[in-house]
Design a protein around this ligand. Structure first.
Ligand code: GLN
Length: 310
């Protein structure tokens, strides 16, 4: 039973209190040095609904590096540009491997398992690079329109940090190019990918900008069609099976919502026909998912009975 928004606000505040010290159970990502500078005890949560309501608690208005949550936006843009032919270049299967794993990509001849692991997102970055004259600007414009906020920007410090520590992503991209599954020059593909990972947004902005996925592809704020109902269904399916990387099975088992994490500590969960939950707490578990974020989403989903498997 979904409660009214005033009850939810109270619940969010109570939930945050239960998580007060739990951030100590995780570790802030430091393989991208700029991310290691973020204060580990920050935490926030937002819930936005398709009927225009929004509630938040804690640091929900503070911006953070969206990292892999950006893979959702890139995927939707690429689906809109390429239609069904996209699925010849990337699959829609869970990988069961860490998000930046390279091992499977060679066995599978340069075809990434899905668009929300790094190999898949690099493939999507290639699609955007080759289909837009300025893919970075197109990406930013897409997000700004969805969030209704022109001030959303790329954090240049994070971008530079990713660029100088991006050897594994470069390896993934070059391996795919060796199988002729990347068209553009690799530095261009990487530059797009690191740009989209380095976008800074708040829980409130992310929750607002993803409402179309809870509303069959239509942004309930602007009434604009962002993608077809079929593609909204497909994105949610991919998020359900792969959005939490090799913890996706456990997340489906215990929470039951399409979700996507980022190594900046953000986590979004789509509640079809209802709204979006977004949480942020930087310390991550061994899978690269936010420890507190997972607890918060699990808590609110259980409290409101939001699982899609009920
Ligand atoms: N920019 C990060 C990387 O490429 C994104 C990974 C993530 O958020 N899981 O490693």
């Amino acid at each position: 039973m979904k409660k009214n928004i005033v009850d939810i606000q109270t619940k969010l505040q109570a939930l945050l209190l239960t998580q007060h010290d739990n951030y100590l159970q995780g570790a802030v990502a430091d393989y991208i040095p700029a991310l290691a500078k973020v204060k580990p005890d920050l935490m926030g949560i937002s819930v936005a609904t398709i009927d225009g309501k929004h509630v938040g608690a804690g640091d929900y208005q503070r911006t953070f590096s969206i990292q892999s949550i950006s893979k959702i936006f890139g995927l939707v843009m690429a689906m809109n540009r390429m239609g069904d032919s996209l699925w010849q270049r990337v699959k829609m299967e869970p990988s069961g491997q860490p998000f930046n794993s390279i091992i499977q990509l060679e066995w599978e001849k340069g075809i990434p398992r899905n668009p929300v692991i790094n190999a898949g997102a690099l493939l999507i970055s290639d699609v955007l690079t080759t289909h837009y004259s300025s893919s970075k600007l197109a990406f930013l414009t897409f997000i700004r329109n969805l969030a209704g906020n022109d001030a959303i920007r790329v954090d240049n410090q994070v971008y530079q940090s990713e660029l100088t520590h991006g050897n594994r992503n470069a390896a993934l991209a070059y391996l795919m190019k060796s199988f002729d599954n990347i068209e553009a020059e690799i530095p261009k593909v990487l530059s797009h990918y690191f740009t989209q990972c380095s976008v800074a947004m708040s829980c409130q902005q992310l929750a607002q900008s993803l409402l179309f996925l809870a509303n069959k592809g239509v942004d309930p704020k602007s009434k604009k069609v962002i993608c077809s109902p079929k593609d909204a269904h497909r994105v949610n399916a991919i998020l359900s099976t792969s959005g939490m990387y090799d913890q996706s099975g456990e997340f489906a088992f215990s929470v039951g919502l399409p979700a996507k994490s980022g190594v900046g500590g953000g986590l979004i969960a789509i509640v079809p026909n209802y709204g979006v939950i977004c949480t942020w707490s930087p310390p991550l578990n061994e899978y690269g998912n936010s420890v507190v974020g997972m607890n918060l989403v699990a808590g609110i989903a259980e409290e409101l009975g939001l699982s899609i498997y009920h």
